[in-house]
Design a protein around this ligand. Sequence first.
Ligand code: PRT
Ligand code: ZN
Length: 300
Amino acid sequence: MEHSRQRIKIAVQKTGRLTDHSIDLLERCGLKITKSKDQLICYGENMPIDLLLVRDDDIPGLVNDDVCDLGIVGLNVVEEKRLQLEQRGSNARFKQIFELDFGHCRLSIAAPSDTEYQGPDSLKNTNIATSYIGLLRDYLNKNGIQAEPVFFSGAVEIAPKLGRADFICDLVSSGATLAANGLTEVAVLLESEAIVIQTLVPLSAEKQALVDKIIQRLDGVLKVRDSKYIMLHAPRAALAEIRSLLPGSEAPTVMPLEGSDDKVAIHAVCRENVFWETLENLKAAGASSLLVLPVEKMLA
Ligand code: PRT
Ligand code: ZN
C-alpha cells in the first residue's frame, strides 16, 4: 500500500441515514472497499482511496482540518459547522462541490399544535430547543428576533412537553415525528440534502490529480442518474416531430436502416426519465421498435 499521505481520504457517515447511499455512490465510481463497518477506516482495494467512517457531525471538521480530502454529509451539518467557525472568527476551509439528491429533509421550527403562530414575531422572548444553535441564531438574527435557543442534543421534540421550551427547531422529513408529539411545523429555516464537500487546503500535484479523477467520476455517475438511452425506428418524414418528443436529449444519432429507404434508426441519450406517456406519444408520431435502457456511466 502506498504511503498513507498519498492516499485520498473520504469521510463518510459510519452508521445512519446517509451510510448506504454514500457507499453505493462511491462504489458506482469504481471504488472497491473492504466492508467492515466496525472499523474506523475502510481501505480501497483498487484505488488509493480510503474511507473514514465517522459520526456525521465530525465530517465537516475533518475536511476543514485537512484530515480528509472529501466528505459526504448533510447540508444541515455543513452549514451548522460553517456558522460555528464564523462565530469563532475563522472561515470554513471546505467548499460544496455536489448535491447528491438523497438525505432530503428540512430544518424547521415547530410549535405545540395549540400555539397561535403569526409569523416570526411570535417567537419573541420564547425558548426554542434545538441541536442547531448556529442555524437557529442566524435565523433569529436575520429576522431581528430576541429569543433564547436551548441546547438539546437529541429527542428535541419532547422539550415542550417537559416544559423546557416553547418551540423546537429540528430536522423534519415526513413530519410523522412532529405529528406524534403534537407539534406543528411553522417555519422552514433550511432545505437540506446530502452534499459532497472538498477541502480548500492545497494538495500535492499527485493527490490533486486523484481528487480530480474521483470528482470527474462522481460527476459522471450523478449526471446519468436519471438518464436513459432510447432506441427506436421512425419514418424519415417524422424525424423533426420525434426529436421534439425526446425528453432532455441532445443531438440524437440517426442511422439508415438496411433495406428501407424511408425509415431510420434513432439512438439518443435522454437526460430525464422516459415515461410511458412519452413512449406512447413517440409511437403515435410513427415510431416503432422502441427500447429504453438505463445509462450506467457517462464521460463527457
Ligand atoms: O451517529 P450520527 O451522529 O452519525 O447520526 P445522526 O443520528 O446524527 O444522523 P442520522 O443518521 O439520523 O441523519 C443523518 C443526516 O440525514 C442528517 O444530518 C440529515 O442531513 C439527514 N436526514 C434526512 C435526517 C432526516 N432526514 C430525519 N428525518 N436526519 C434526521 N432526521 C430525524 C429528525 O431529527 C427527527 O428526529 O428524523 C426525525 C423526523 O423524521 P420524520 O420523517 O418523522 O419527519
Ligand atoms: Zn449526528
